[in-house]
Design a protein around this ligand. Structure first.
Ligand code: SF4
Length: 294
């Protein structure tokens, strides 16, 4: 049985920088993160062990017990940051620069009189941050949302995407918008981040070669779910796990080539543990096949 790692996988620089900042000794026991720093339960657990507190969102501001607070890699609206400063808190900003690029892009579109549209999940914290300073906007998650554009009565739309969206989906939705009879002009900036693109391309390449893919990442990680989706679309059996303990030996029986990929919030040590557990399973199953029959 062959086991291959995707050519791009795991933690991106945005997440790594954010984790490193939160773990700096100056913050030990004195920092509260507003929202999940990354969508990975093991990482959040280790932050807690280092005395870093977490509140689920800005609405839990009254639960913050430390003077220092941190905005997550997913970014936040200026309004939210102001609310924290107005409450007398010192704000450390771990927003990924590639998320901040989306904030700037959509604001400049609004200044040029385009009606803002975000392709993404409206409940995702990144999207909430992108639209949080806008008076009016539409979030498009699927084709079903396209009628919302018509309802605005506007004809000129400025479109960006959540950084972790799937490339084909975004391009498809933009094409549909361009074709709408109520639309005169579309300005589109593809703001899917490079680490997400690299992981999507790598999983696609690997999915062509394997008969089973193990996808590692938090169950609430948007980009990890997209990796599973890429495999589903290619009819490649895929299992989404958070840790090596969730691997089931039966998945590997009669498989020839196993692929491993991981979302952008999955740290290297977790990938290494899963990789070595899979190598052990492969070795055990291969040994069974070669045992002489008496
Ligand atoms: S997934 Fe992309 S946008 Fe999000 S933190 Fe990583 S590099 Fe930044």
């Amino acid at each position: 049985m062959k086991v291959s790692l995707a050519s791009a996988l795991g933690t991106c620089f945005g997440v790594e920088d954010a984790i490193n900042l939160a773990l700096e000794p100056q913050f030990k026991g004195e920092l509260t993160i507003v929202g999940q720093l990354v969508h990975n339960s093991q990482v959040n657990e280790s932050l807690k062990k280092n005395g870093v507190s977490v509140v689920s969102g800005i609405d839990k501001i009254d639960q913050i017990k430390t003077k220092k607070v941190m905005i997550t890699a997913h970014g936040a609206a200026d309004k939210m940051k102001e609310k924290l400063t107005d409450a007398g808190l010192i704000v450390y900003d771990a927003s990924c620069p590639l998320v901040m690029r989306v904030h700037k892009t959509i604001k400049s579109m609004v200044e040029k009189d385009y009606y803002p549209v975000v392709i993404g999940q409206d409940e995702h914290v990144e999207v909430k941050g992108i639209v949080g300073d806008l008076d009016d906007y539409i979030v498009v998650g699927s084709e079903e949302d396209l009628d919302k554009l018509r309802a605005t009565g506007k004809r000129k739309f400025g479109i960006v995407s959540q950084t972790t969206q799937q490339l084909e989906k975004v391009e498809h939705l933009v094409k549909k918008i361009r074709e709408m009879d109520c639309v005169d002009e579309v300005a589109f900036v593809n703001t899917i981040c490079q680490p997400t693109r690299d992981r999507q391309i790598a999983v696609r390449d690997l999915a062509e070669q394997v008969d089973l893919m193990i996808v590692i990442g938090g169950y609430n990680s948007s980009n990890t779910k997209k990796l599973v989706q890429v495999c589903d679309e290619r009819n490649v059996e895929a299992h989404h796990i958070e840790a090596d303990s969730q691997l089931e030996k039966q998945w590997f029986i009669n498989k020839k080539h196993i692929g491993i990929t991981a979302g952008t919030s999955t740290p290297e040590y977790i990938i290494n543990k899963v990789h070595s557990a899979i190598l052990d399973i492969a070795e055990e199953l291969d040994a069974r096949k070669t045992q002489p029959v008496h």
